[in-house]
Write a protein that binds this ligand. Sequence first.
Ligand code: AMP
Ligand code: FE
Ligand code: FE
Ligand code: ZN
Length: 285
Amino acid sequence: MRIDLHCHSTASDGTDTPAELVRNAGAAGLDVVALTDHDTTRGYAEAVAALPSGLTLVTGAELSCRVDGISMHMLAYLFDPEEPALLAERELVRDDRVPRARAMVARLNELGAPVTWEQVARIAGEGSVGRPHVATALVELGVVPTVNDAFTGHWLADGGRAHVAKHETDPFEAIRLVKGAGGVTVFAHPAASKRGRTVPESVIAELAAAGLDGIEVDHMDHDADTRGRLRGLAADLGLLVTGSSDYHGSRKTCVLGEYTTDPEVYGEITRRATGAFPVPGTGGV
Ligand code: AMP
Ligand code: FE
Ligand code: FE
Ligand code: ZN
């Protein structure tokens, strides 16, 4: 069983449409794939409709959170997408991404980069707009050679010259909301230090005490030492351990199934969830 529990589509900052994502996941030999777009579930219907037989879809989202001034991402799985309290919070975060992206465009203009909101909006399409779309605009203009090169203090990294914060949910509140919607929470790439400051272990322990289900350990942004440390932490705190690609299509270098989750952990996630069930593929359209 090959299980990849963290993937993005054009519903947020990936480059595969939801249909392309599930077809590519099937072609990559995955048995289970999770759709975890940033702060939105709008890719679900298209992914379900295109799901090839032999591939199971886990519905989810990656929620933008912040604790003690540190931005972090919370994966949420198999919650009820209609549950009003969690839906309202997702919409709050997603909608705040638009004025925030416009503010980043204004900063970039002041810094001499001639990016426009129209350009960023075209790149984002119907997806929840984020820094990778702004970064893609900078690549188009030749300001930076790659998307990755836009994530520096010079441009869009946390605290960078053109970075603007967006509304982000308190992770304790996120855990409560996701549980209230029948879902399961996994702290995404908790030690991805190249993205900025990371949450201290003491706070991860508090999140565990508040009902966090797991942490993502096997991820491209964690080196071998970090994974070892996180595995020990998970064992101490009784947390599930997942591994996933964090696939973003051509916007990042990782490939589908580059890291995977143990089938027993996957089974436990599905047993804990009551808000939605994994969807078995029926052949797609
Ligand atoms: P946003 O949600 O708009 O703040 O943008 C965060 C997204 O930017 C993450 O989900 C990643 O897709 C991407 N990202 C963050 N840090 C980096 C980085 N160092 N290099 C490339 N992409 C990054
Ligand atoms: Fe992303
Ligand atoms: Fe993330
Ligand atoms: Zn992600």
